[in-house]
Design a protein around this ligand. Structure first.
Ligand code: BES
Ligand code: ZN
Length: 858
């Protein structure tokens, strides 16, 4: 618990560690009422440190110190100081062995950092600063040591697999930072497979899960093998140990963790079966398994010098997993999904009080910096390097990076330098992407000179102010574009008058505040297709007419921009309806465009499914107008929706292929639209789909459609039957909670209160909290933003309640309130007062303190 005001940590204060650790020997004694940890460290002064007489300072958190010995001799009380968060030994030799014994209480650890218990199993989570909850240690990623771990205990003794009991000694030959340490002990079943590497080594692959989950491992195991192959083929990275293990645990703050050789997963991010997991979950599992596996190189073999460099591993690894997912399915669809997340959530973060650069300059609590900016914008920054260099030079750069820094703890700058050195490109200005926060805005204007046949584009860039940063410099922005002729054909882009064989797409580079480009030989005014593939994480402003957007929607050869044109058109139509009377006309051309799409059987159906998804409420922050457009579309297109539904029904046995996923997605979208207007035929389709479904995607699609409809008795019956059927499956119950909490029909505040009282709800389980409280505040915007402020007060109550037991989760839940300044005065005043109430809670955690104080700062 915090006793003094949290301190701010600055990147500019970085100093190399005063002591290095060569080896760590850990022995765990696990009991029902606690655990004893014997830690023996071989330490020496760091020759690179100028603090030649610094005392030894080890980090600790919530530890009971039992003894300290130096070179085998017990230290007396006066020889060391236990400050609670630090163990200080003033006088130590150049090189020495320190043995520390601590007592911890995993069974009472509700923060889920360090060693804790989840459904009777012991497990650890050490990133970012959880290792200090296990033993005193220099808990920073630039201290890399060789770890040897033994564990024994009464109930959980682990030996060679005998009746599910094991005894384990685990020696990791690769020096690693302590945040990658992991231990799991419990009554688990094992699933085995093997992978043969490119150099013909056989790797033992194992998954450990609770016995009831034994049949839900295949998808993750297959995903793992695909990831291992892909990293060899695309990055030349071979796995380095003889064994790779995955464990599933129910109580986990994050999605998954890349501990060396022993990845630990939130059950919801790894377990799947046809009956219990949706297509979305299947895809997410594949991506997360890949992500954690890819960290073995981008994160573990080459790690971060300090936590300001977090995006070095996370941004790069998200880029790698998104390339992988693109290769496994449809690149366009994957790009649309990534950009949707970036534009709805990361742009909001970048424009709010928690805005920070991809490489932050300061933080109070590092757990608060596992953000969309570090992850998603960080991945976009790496993607831009890939775009600027091209795939071959990028690969040369990543090879150089891995080779040059193998076994080291490095910075984002080292990454960029490797890319520069391998490619010969100058990325000095590009580095501003790591230093400047805020989403750049590109104002694009054009003019066409019919006499000369010249089309000129002018692009002005500006970067908004963010907390602590003003007057930003122009950044280096890759800007891909094409031009379409009146017949819809792509035009050659001649930058010089005489240029022959010009390409129809170009990757321009913006480096100045204003740039103009002239395209020659253009016979009539073209329609510009700007920022293709979303070549940079920026906002593009251009005065598109609805006519131009409709044109791009059906002609742009870039699938991403086709989708984007549809989104812009929908946004424009929805926004023009804000405050309009209920019977205001809704753009008939939008209806016709959607009619064409629904009936289009030629276009990639996965793209059609995406194009039919209206921009989210979170993106628009407009509920009523969006709703009106949706209902209008559903009413006008009813016949087409039913035809589309029927066209995509059946289709043979269940498969998880891109085609089958697209079919289910389209069918369920059609169903959702029909139930938006309480259509009777839709209702019958939903009820029969629910009873006939042989997979969770269809079952959940029908349930969600009914829950969001006005058919109250069907809704309740469907929810009850669903629960009854799946009540023993925590991952399905989580989906059942969130479908209600996110629904403006079934998720009004009294409903949410009831869900919190439900026997399956558990305040100790982060997934349950996210699926009720998180889904309500993050997705059920109509109910959360109830004008009476009750949604805000509710959230404040839950944050205060969680702050004591799990501060990481509490701090994340605050996010929707941090946007208070963006709302109309009557709302923002109530959001602000909810934040103030959290601020005034006594003993506030550092996690919540930082978010709340930054949100309220002027
Ligand atoms: N290293 C993180 C997990 C982590 C984050 C642990 C913060 C402790 C604190 C892991 O590699 C990760 O990024 N996981 C993501 C999923 C991934 C697919 C982006 C997660 O857990 O959400
Ligand atoms: Zn990661």
């Amino acid at each position: 618990m915090r006793t003094s005001q949290p301190q701010t940590i600055y990147l500019s204060d970085y100093k190399v560690p005063a002591y290095l650790v060569d080896t760590v020997d850990l022995r765990f004694e696990l009991f029902e009422d606690g655990a004893r940890v014997h830690s023996t460290l071989e330490l020496r002064r760091n020759p690179e440190s100028d603090e030649v007489s610094a005392p030894l300072e080890l980090d600790g958190d919530s530890l009971t110190l039992e003894s300290v010995a130096l070179d085998g001799a017990q230290l007396a009380a006066g020889d060391y100081e236990d400050r609670g968060d630090q163990l200080v030994v003033r006088s130590v030799p150049e090189q020495f062995t320190l043995t520390v014994v601590t007592w911890i209480e995993p069974q009472n650890n509700t923060r889920l950092e360090g060693l804790y218990k989840s459904s009777g199993m012991f497990c650890t989570q050490c990133e970012a600063e959880g290792f200090r909850c296990i033993t005193f240690f220099p808990d920073r990623p630039d201290v890399m040591a060789r770890f040897r771990t033994r564990s024994n205990g009464n109930d959980v003794e682990r030996g060679e697999l005998e009746n599910g009991r094991h005894f384990v000694t685990w020696e990791d030959p690769f020096p690693k930072p302590c945040y990658l340490f992991a231990l799991v002990a419990g009554d688990l079943v094992e699933k085995r497979d093997t992978f043969t590497t490119c150099s013909a080594r056989d790797i033992d692959l194992r998954m450990y899960v609770e016995p009831r989950n034994a049949e839900k491992c295949d998808h993750a195991m297959d995903s793992l093998k695909r990831s291992m192959r892909w990293d060899e083929e695309v990055y030349g990275r071979e796995y380095d140990l003889d064994i790779f293990m995955i464990v599933a645990v129910d109580d986990f703050n994050m999605g998954a963790m890349e501990n060396k050789g022993l990845n630990i997963f939130n059950s919801s991010c790894v377990l799947a079966s046809q009956e219990t997991a949706t297509d979305l979950a299947f895809q997410r599992i594949e991506a997360i398994v890949a992500h954690e596996y890819f960290h073995n190189w981008s994160g573990n073999r080459v790690t971060c010098r300090d936590w300001f460099q977090l995006s070095l591993k996370e941004g790069f690894t998200v880029f790698r997993d998104s390339q992988f997912s693109a290769d496994m399915g449809s690149p366009t669809v994957k790009r649309i999904e990534d950009v949707t997340l970036l534009r709805t959530a990361q742009f909001a973060e970048d424009g709010g009080p928690m805005a920070h650069p991809v490489r932050p300059a300061s933080y109070m609590e590092i757990s608060n910096f596992y953000t969309l900016t570090i992850y998603e914008k960080g991945a976009e920054v790496v993607r831009m390097i890939h775009t600027l260099l091209g795939p071959d030079l990028f690969r040369k750069g990543s090879d150089l990076y891995f080779e040059r820094h193998d076994g080291q703890a490095v910075t984002t700058d080292d990454f960029v330098k490797a890319m520069e050195d391998a490619s010969g490109r100058d990325l000095r200005q590009f580095r501003l992407w790591y230093e400047q926060a805020g989403t750049p805005v590109l104002n694009v204007s054009d003019d066409y000179d019919a006499d000369k046949g010249v089309y000129r584009l002018t692009i002005e860039q500006s970067i908004p102010d963010t907390p602590g940063q003003t007057n930003k410099k122009p950044q280096h922005i890759p800007f891909a574009l094409g031009l379409l002729g009146q017949d819809g054909q792509p035009l050659p882009l001649k930058l010089g008058a005489g240029e022959a064989d010009a390409p129809t797409e170009r990757g321009l580079e913006l480096t100045e505040a204003t740039h103009s480009f002239e395209f020659h030989g253009i016979e009539s005014r073209p329609v510009p297709s700007l920022l293709r593939h979303f070549s940079a994480p920026v906002r593009v402003r251009y005065a598109w007419s609805r006519e131009q957007l409709l044109f791009l929607m059906s002609h742009d050869p870039d699938g991403f921009n086709r989708w984007d044109a549809g989104q812009r058109l929908a946004v424009d139509v929805i926004q023009s309806l804000v405050g309009a009377p209920d019977d205001a006309e809704i753009e008939p051309r939008l209806v016709e465009a959607y009619r064409k799409l629904i009936s289009d059987t030629e276009l990639d159906q996965a793209l059609v499914a995406k194009m039919l998804q209206l921009p989210s409420e979170a993106y628009l922050a407009i509920h009523r107008a969006r709703d009106a457009v949706l209902r209008h579309l559903a009413g006008a297109l009813k016949a087409e929706l039913i035809a589309c539904y029927q066209r995509h029904q059946g289709g043979g046995p269940y498969e998880v292929t891109p085609e089958a996923i697209a079919r289910r997605s389209l069918r369920n979208t059609a169903l959702a639209w029909l139930l938006m207007i309480d259509d009777q035929e839709g209702r019958e389709l939903a009820v029969s789909q629910l009873s006939a479904a042989d997979n969770m995607t269809d079952r959940m699609g029908a349930l969600r459609a009914l829950v969001n409809s006005g058919f109250e008795s069907d809704r309740q019956q469907a929810l009850d039957e669903f629960y009854d059927r799946f009540k023993d499956d925590p991952q399905v119950v989580e989906q059942w909670f969130s479908v209600q909490a996110a629904s403006d029909q079934a998720g009004q505040l009294p409903d949410i209160q009831r869900l919190l009282e439900h026997p399956a709800f558990d305040w100790k389980n982060p997934n349950k909290i996210r699926s009720v409280v998180g889904a309500f505040a993050g997705q059920n915007l109509a109910a959360f933003h109830n004008p009476d402020g009750s949604g805000y007060e509710f959230l404040a109550d839950q944050v205060c309640r969680l702050d004591d037991s799990n501060p990481q989760i509490a701090a994340r839940l605050v996010t929707p309130l941090t946007r208070w300044r963006k709302f109309a005065p009557s709302y923002s005043a109530r959001m602000k007062s909810a934040l103030e109430r959290i601020r005034d809670k006594s003993g506030l955690s550092r996690d919540v303190y930082e978010v709340v104080h930054k949100s309220l700062a002027d």
